[in-house]
Design a protein around this ligand. Structure first.
Ligand code: PLP
Length: 457
């Protein structure tokens, strides 16, 4: 009878004694190496039973184990190159951060800080003071509070200030923002009662007025962010809603979504509602995101009347939405870019949004040249970059796309995603296309290398 072919599978002891395994023990620790070697033995046995020819079983086991070890230590969250041309890509982490923001986060993260410590008095302080003065100075607001994200800001505002009472909102603004954030559902979660007025396309001030009652807490406006109604549409001006609310002793809540401190119109985009405009119109609470057009770390900003912000600060849910010290440090550094008038030059998303089509075309040509002979099989196409992040839907900026050589576009895109670093692209007209607007200049050499790996020389 023939002995089992499995008897040739090298033992754990033998594998562990190899020079390679000994080196891994130093790098990864003995437990992880043992786990990888056992997995390698298992894979080898299966391959043998399938009848796969294998010349050197030890080498095969070690190669498999090495792959396993690399996979174990590979972080699941890692940098990717965004070649989609969508500047605020929520799935890709929204805003890349400026050097100054990263430096501030590092400085506060690597040691202790005065997060909740008053250095002048030598006693307990509040983490909520840190970005407040800057936010107020930049926007004209009386007071400000920073929480984890804008979804949290909206939930907190409604829960703390309107639970058990009614909030009036236009049917044209009962939107779903994405990621399951639906205004009616958030309202239900908060305990505030939604009173819908008007129609999907047209709502007038008199509709709000007719819905007022002694149960009303506030009027709310929501920026419809990622969708546009056009044609026979009407919404009252913010100032009209503020006037009505104040006349009746109520407060007006404006959820701006992205919000912006810089005007988007000079970039050739539609005008995205600005935080300063909302404050100027007299809104009592305005909320917006830290990582959409603000271009900083993830956060939710709540600005407005001092007495209302004070109530929010004392509300228990605030504790559950609080931001970390590194986030606060990053927010301050990001806001400083606006204060110093250098936001367009220093904040990555604003740099990307303000890149000229000519500058992108130059970079696209240079990248194609860097591909060597393979570059000749690529094409440059005129195309569009998108803002994304729920801001400015249907708005685009002219760009130059690099179309990779015709082939199995889905397979090419997958290969680009799966290598190191991962590259995320779009497919247009059956070709993989790269938009360099969202690629950081320092990423271009790595991008060229990855493209060469996938399309060959
Ligand atoms: C994006 C958005 C939100 C959610 O903001 P996050 O910071 O992503 O939590 C809420 N409301 C509107 C109108 C938005 O556009």
């Amino acid at each position: 009878m023939e002995a089992s072919p499995l008897r040739h599978v090298p033992s754990i002891d033998r594998l562990l004694a190899t020079e390679a395994a000994q080196k891994w023990v130093g790098l990864y620790g003995r437990d992880l190496v043992l786990e990888a070697l056992r997995a390698a033995q298992g894979a080898l046995r299966e391959a043998i039973l399938r009848g796969e020819p294998m010349a050197d079983l030890e080498a095969a086991a070690l190669a498999y184990a090495e792959g396993r070890l690399e996979a174990y230590i590979q972080p699941t969250l890692r940098p990717v190159i965004n070649a989609t041309g969508v500047v605020l890509h929520t799935n890709l982490g929204r805003a890349p951060l400026s050097d100054e923001v990263l430096e501030a986060m590092r400085a506060v993260g690597e040691g202790y800080s005065n997060l909740e410590f008053d250095l002048a008095e030598g006693r307990r302080g509040s983490r909520y003071v840190h970005a407040e003065a800057l936010l107020c100075r930049l926007t004209g607001a009386e007071a400000a509070l920073v929480v984890n994200n804008n979804a949290g800001a909206v939930l907190l505002t409604l829960a703390a200030l309107a639970a058990g009472r009614e909030v009036i909102i236009s049917r044209g603004q009962l939107v779903e923002i994405g990621g399951g954030f639906r205004i009616p559902e958030v309202m239900a979660q908060s305990g505030a009662r939604l009173v819908e007025v008007g129609t999907t396309n047209r709502t007038y001030v008199r509709d709000y007025e007719a819905a007022l009652s002694e149960r009303t807490a506030a009027l709310m406006r929501v920026h419809t962010s990622n969708f546009r109604l056009s044609g026979f549409v009407a919404q009252p001006a913010l100032g009209e809603l503020v006037a009505l609310a104040h006349q009746r002793g109520l407060w007006l809540f404006d959820d701006l979504g992205s919000g912006t401190l810089l005007d988007t119109a000079p970039l050739g985009l539609a005008h995205e509602p600005m935080v300063q405009e909302s404050v100027e119109a007299g809104t009592d609470i305005v909320t917006f995101s830290g990582d959409k057009l603000l271009g900083g770390p993830q956060a939710g900003f709540i600005l407005g009347r001092r007495d209302l912000i004070e109530r929010l600060r004392r509300f228990p849910l605030t504790r559950a939405l609080r931001v970390d010290k590194t986030t606060l440090a990053g927010i301050q550094a990001n806001l400083l870019h606006y204060l110093k008038g250098e936001a367009l030059q220093k904040i990555p998303i604003w740099q990307m949004l303000s890149l000229s089509p000519e500058a992108i075309e130059e970079r696209a040509k240079a990248l194609v040249r860097a591909l060597g002979p393979a570059g000749a099989r690529c094409d440059l196409w005129p195309g569009c970059s998108m803002v994304g992040g729920g801001s400015l839907p249907e708005e685009s900026l002219p760009t130059t796309l690099i179309a990779l050589p015709a082939g199995e576009a889905e397979a090419q895109a997958r290969a680009l995603r799966l290598g190191q670093p991962a590259v995320v692209t779009r497919i247009a007209e059956g070709r993989v296309v790269l938009d360099l607007r969202t690629v950081l200049p320092r990423e271009e050499p790595a991008l060229a290398r990855r493209v060469r790996e996938v399309i060959g020389e």
